[in-house]
Design a binder for this molecule. Sequence first.
Ligand SMILES: [Zn+2]
Length: 165
Amino acid sequence: MRTLVLNAGYEPLAVVSFKRALVLVMNDKATVVECIEGEPVWGTRYTYDRPAVIVLTRYVRVPGVRHVPVTRRGVLRRDAHRCAYCGKAASTIDHVLPRSRGGADSWENLVACCLRCNNVKGDRTPQEMEWELRLIPRPPRGAQWTVRGTERSDPRWEPYLALAA
Ligand SMILES: [Zn+2]
């Protein structure tokens, strides 16, 4: 059984052995997102839950990642069609810092947003609304983030792999 490693932005980064995954977790380099129930790993002193998915504590920049152009569809897909503010199904995109106030059309400034939140927010910032973003908007890694070993994919990985697709 192998473990899916997510970057700190929750994009799939690699597939490693669960031993390597456990080492990362024990060294505080990663935290466990999903475990495999009923299959503990026996250590010398403790038993550990076998990690199915882990997320790195620090963001890893991967060299050679090409710039992915920003599209409305891409933003919705990156955010799994969930509103960045309320988590409901999103069909629109929102400029976190409104365009009218200098907000850019960038991956970092665009989030998926439901129609209701978009209308309510208008030309205000999340801070002004006292809203919190459910995610930190980042550029997706697209096809560059091919995860090796996915032919032996685990159903628990699917939501994370879908994000990178
Ligand atoms: Zn919403």
